[in-house]
Design a protein around this ligand. Sequence first.
Ligand SMILES: *[C@@H]1O[C@H](CO)[C@@H](O)[C@H](O)[C@H]1NC(C)=O
Ligand SMILES: *[C@@H]1O[C@H](CO)[C@@H](O)[C@H](O)[C@H]1NC(C)=O
Ligand SMILES: *[C@@H]1O[C@H](CO)[C@@H](O)[C@H](O)[C@H]1NC(C)=O
Ligand SMILES: *[C@@H]1O[C@H](CO)[C@@H](O)[C@H](O)[C@H]1NC(C)=O
Length: 386
Amino acid sequence: MTDGYYSSKKTDDICEDVCGQASRVGLTMSRLRCMLRGFDLKTLFFVFVFIPVFIFGIYLHGQKISYFLRPLWESPPKPFIKIPHYYHENVTMERLCKLHGWGIRESPRRVFDAVLFSTEEDILTIRWKELYPFITQFVLLESNSTFTGLPKPLFFASNRHKFKFVEPRLTYGMIGGRFKKGENPFVEEAYQRVALDQLLRIAGIEDDDLLIMSDVDEIPSAHTINLLRWCDDIPSILHLQLRNYLYSFEYFVDNNSWRASVHQYKRGKTRYAHYRQTDLLFSDAGWHCSFCFRHIRDFIFKMKAYSHYDRVRFSHYLNPKRIQDVICKGADLFDMLPEEYTFKEIIGKMGPVPHSYSAVHLPAYLLNNSEKYKYLLPGNCKREGG
Ligand SMILES: *[C@@H]1O[C@H](CO)[C@@H](O)[C@H](O)[C@H]1NC(C)=O
Ligand SMILES: *[C@@H]1O[C@H](CO)[C@@H](O)[C@H](O)[C@H]1NC(C)=O
Ligand SMILES: *[C@@H]1O[C@H](CO)[C@@H](O)[C@H](O)[C@H]1NC(C)=O
Ligand SMILES: *[C@@H]1O[C@H](CO)[C@@H](O)[C@H](O)[C@H]1NC(C)=O
């Protein structure tokens, strides 16, 4: 600041020295010319340097600017009503239900777990192993199209032999993509979710059965599902509050994942959805691990196939070396600001996600098979190439 002040002062002095030598008569004129000259330089600077730099800045960071100003144009959604969650392995189910104000049933409800599958094979294994003891039918639908209309191999069909352990409880469905060019990705997504409703009926879901609606990477903890299937008078729809992780369980982001939900199925009424369906949120009910992939190529595929595909603004975002660096730093793949509703939260979350060294209370299958899933545990950010 001081530097700038002194140098502009200096320029004034020089102008005074040079122009000040004019005759008394021409003084006013040359003053004016002097001012104009100064003005011209400033104008030229403004037009040819400042404006281009400004426009280039907007081009590079426009998204950040609009995200940062989000609190000004968007108010936060209505807060959830948080339901306390009680659990300890040594407390009886009757007592646990009572702690929540619920009764206990004579036999547990049947539970259906339904997902739309894309590529996340490892996370699917961890999810199904976690929930296996309590699930009546696993329902999986995959398409040969991504939400953005790119052709996609049938990853599940070609790896089905790796999931022998669920085979007796599996209802698998495949749906052909519509491949409509330039369409909003949410339309293809909605189309696939409607197909999932039909697949659920094929799987034999009936009134009062529990239905888990969530993405593959939103994993309810086993004890949460066990509690909900045993207790009576639970709310008919509950969102699940999950711990958000990014890239692996090394990067704990926050406790704010809420999209997963559990429904008491009602024929003709229950529709498979991934948006807010009630105000009730059941606390501390599992994990949401976003972009938790084994290979760099899975990151590239997901970035292209993602519903918000407009986020890949520059092709260098897809450079494997950059992606590896971003993962090890806990930075953002799309170089964006956190999507929050208050300046306090935006500023608090700016910069990389800090490393976490806690691997306490993670899915049991992950810890039982830590060698195979090493990349998901703290201290192992390096991914396999390709
Ligand atoms: C839980 O119960 C088992 C078996 O009764 C007992 O050995 C163990 O000490 C208990 N754990 C805690 C933390 O109370
Ligand atoms: C997608 O699947 C449908 C239905 O099986 C098929 O007709 C279509 O040719 C497939 N498209 C691609 C690109 O694989
Ligand atoms: C998330 O929840 C856990 C326990 O439910 C708590 O220990 C932790 O402090 C919470 N973290 C944040 C960032 O809110
Ligand atoms: C983890 O390993 C223990 C001991 O082998 C086993 O009893 C338990 O069922 C396993 N849990 C999962 C989810 O794999």
